[in-house]
Ligand binder design. Sequence first.
Ligand SMILES: [Zn+2]
Length: 176
Amino acid sequence: MNKTLLDEVIEHNRSFVDDHRYKQIIIDKKIHKKTVVISCMDARLIELLPGALNMKNSDYVSITTAGAMINDPYDSVMKSLIVALHKFEINEVFIVGHTDCGMNCLKTKDIIGELHPLDDEHSKWLDGFDDYQKNVLHSINIIENHELVPDHIAVHGLLIHSGTDELELIKNGYLF
Ligand SMILES: [Zn+2]
């Protein structure tokens, strides 16, 4: 019988634990740069973003979501952010969008609609965004106007350009 991915994961984990390889990547709980980065869930960003931002895993809390989009002041992204802000004494938040994002101009009716007819309410909830800069600014606006986000938090907006990894400054949160 062919091994499933789950079989491979469990098998790998046994040797990972037995050989104590986990000790090479243990980091402490402290967030050294007291920062939260909210970025897209795109797998290409997992290694690229720390390099582009010059931040290590231990420097920031990472929250990822489709398109770095925050839709609602009470969604799970905001919940994670607010818990992190208070638990880790965060001072700065970076919203980092990226070009060539799968959520840009995504109409979910096109990819889900044939299997699950979507009404307008579901489409509005699931759809992507039309404008990279406006999307980042929209997420910033929700954070800055949230009653549970302390006033001293600087919320910056960046867009990382696919291919060059160049960061475009959309909003300097120190000037708010
Ligand atoms: Zn994306």
